[in-house]
Design a protein around this ligand. Structure first.
Ligand SMILES: Cc1cc2nc3c(=O)[nH]c(=O)nc-3n(C[C@H](O)[C@H](O)[C@H](O)COP(=O)(O)O)c2cc1C
Length: 433
């Protein structure tokens, strides 16, 4: 398995272009969004998401990169999120006309151009000012779903205004239920289409990289972190020009609770409520007129309960390994959850998807769509909006190429027969030659 730290460093093709062995006969890769503007050369050494991660690591202070990249405790779930794909090998088909491939998916009455979307990530403004807006705009331009976090660093109304209708809004059911209800009605008014209720945050995960790096919210430099940060003048300049990011949707509520800026983030974490039950979830499902998706489910019982509560969709997720360390990954449970809930509910998977081939494995095992958290954070942190566009472009190109090589003209035609369970076979050697 290629670890996230072992991205290949040999670059000899155009970004997202096709390797020349054998001679390319695949359909033209999706047009790069920057093709008409900034030179593609800017990303010549960013051939995949893992290389964008390396760029992001260089561009951001270590504490900020680790806040995004890190996970809970020993990061077992985070690592499993990457190794889960090794359990499945592709069995390609030949003799099929794949001169045109269709990557589109239908979700809640909308057609999207690729079988993946962008999941909610709080305080993305740490990576780049107004990151949520930039990512939402990039998703819109690529016609893929985007979900805004409750704890976004841009107000939900502003993101909706600048990225257009049809976005999804993620909700935490806070201790202050009135605050959560108010967020729901604001999201409705702002034109969000789907409500994503996250249920795996009864308390915060124990992310040990953060205290190790003296990372605090709001940001407070220490001697050690200041030294590291000074090596990133671009990041500092943007922070000085735009101010420190904060959970903008909660500013008024925190003020009412007599919290100053310092207390805002504490207020946010105090709002996580370990007493939330399915009755509470049901109440919030009933508040929403459009599709509701429950995020953070892993067991078949919870999946069935979520459907009974009125959910139209489920996100199988261990929160990117950031909550319960040791929690299984989405592909480990996907088939049994699909068997339990049947074909009707929309099933999303997230956690560790960095390649087009990863996405297709989830599709073949019964997922409708894959969501990703860190990928576009790496992109935006490395280069702002062009970084977002490039990440989405790379993934679309990889999905398309993999479909061609799999001999599958429509992504919806992928089935379990295109995969073989490799879990009992010896793992691929870490290094081929
Ligand atoms: C920096 C960061 C912030 C996140 N914030 C939220 C959040 O506010 N709400 C939420 O439901 N999930 C949040 N998540 C989890 C993601 O939605 C998603 O489950 C996870 O990132 C998927 O794993 P991946 O990053 O490997 O794609 C966050 C993840 C990261 C990395």
């Amino acid at each position: 398995m290629m670890d996230e730290t072992q991205a290949p460093d040999r670059i000899d093709a155009q970004p997202g272009g096709l390797a020349l062995d054998p001679p390319a006969r695949a359909p033209a890769a999706p047009q790069h969004p920057q093709a008409a503007g900034l030179p593609l050369r800017r990303f010549a050494k960013v051939q995949n998401v893992l290389e964008m991660r390396t760029r992001a690591r260089k561009a951001m202070p270590r504490a900020v990169f680790d806040f995004i990249d890190g996970a809970a405790e020993q990061e077992i779930s985070r690592r499993r999120n990457r190794s889960q794909f090794d359990n499945w090998g592709f069995v390609h088909r030949v003799g099929v006309d794949v001169s045109r491939v269709d990557m589109s998916v239908e979700l809640f009455g909308d057609t999207y151009d690729a079988p993946f979307g962008i999941g909610p990530t709080g305080l993305a403004g740490l990576a780049w000012p107004k990151a949520e807006t930039l990512i939402a705009q990039g998703a819109k331009a690529a016609n893929i779903p985007f979900c805004l976090s409750t704890v976004s660093s841009v107000r939900l109304e502003e993101v909706a205004e600048s990225a257009g209708a049809g976005l999804w809004f993620q909700l935490y059911i806070f201790r202050d239920r009135g605050l959560s209800r108010e967020l729901v009605s604001r999201a409705k008014k702002a034109g969000y289409k789907a409500l994503v209720i996250t249920v795996d945050c009864a308390t915060g995960g124990n992310r040990e990289r953060d205290p190790r790096n003296d990372f605090t919210l709001p940001l407070r430099p220490t001697l050690r972190s200041a030294f590291d940060t000074l090596k990133r003048p671009g990041w500092i300049g943007r922070l000085v020009a735009n101010g420190a990011p904060r959970p903008e949707n909660m500013v008024e509520a925190a003020a009412k609770a007599a919290r100053n800026a310092q207390g805002l983030v504490v207020f946010m974490s105090e709002q996580l409520d370990p007493s939330v039950t399915w009755d509470d979830v049901e109440e919030f499902v009933d508040l929403w007129d459009g599709p509701v998706i429950i995020k953070g489910v892993l067991s078949t019982e919870d999946a069935e309960r979520a459907v009974k509560a009125g959910a139209d969709g489920l996100i199988l997720s261990n929160h990117g390994g950031r909550q319960l360390d040791g929690a299984v990954s989405s592909l480990h449970v996907l088939e049994r959850v699909r068997d339990a809930v049947g074909p009707a509910p929309t099933i999303f998977c997230d956690g560790g998807f960095r390649r087009g081939a990863d996405i297709l494995k989830a599709k073949a095992l019964g997922a409708n769509v894959v969501l990703m958290g860190r990928n576009t954070l790496y992109g935006v942190g490395a280069a702002g909006r062009p970084g977002v566009d490039h990440v989405i472009h790379l993934l679309k190109t990889e999905v398309e190429r993999a479909l061609v090589l799999l001999g599958v003209p429509r992504v919806s035609d992928l089935t379990r027969d295109h995969l073989m369970d490799m879990s009992r076979l010896p793992p691929a050697p870490a290094k081929a030659d």
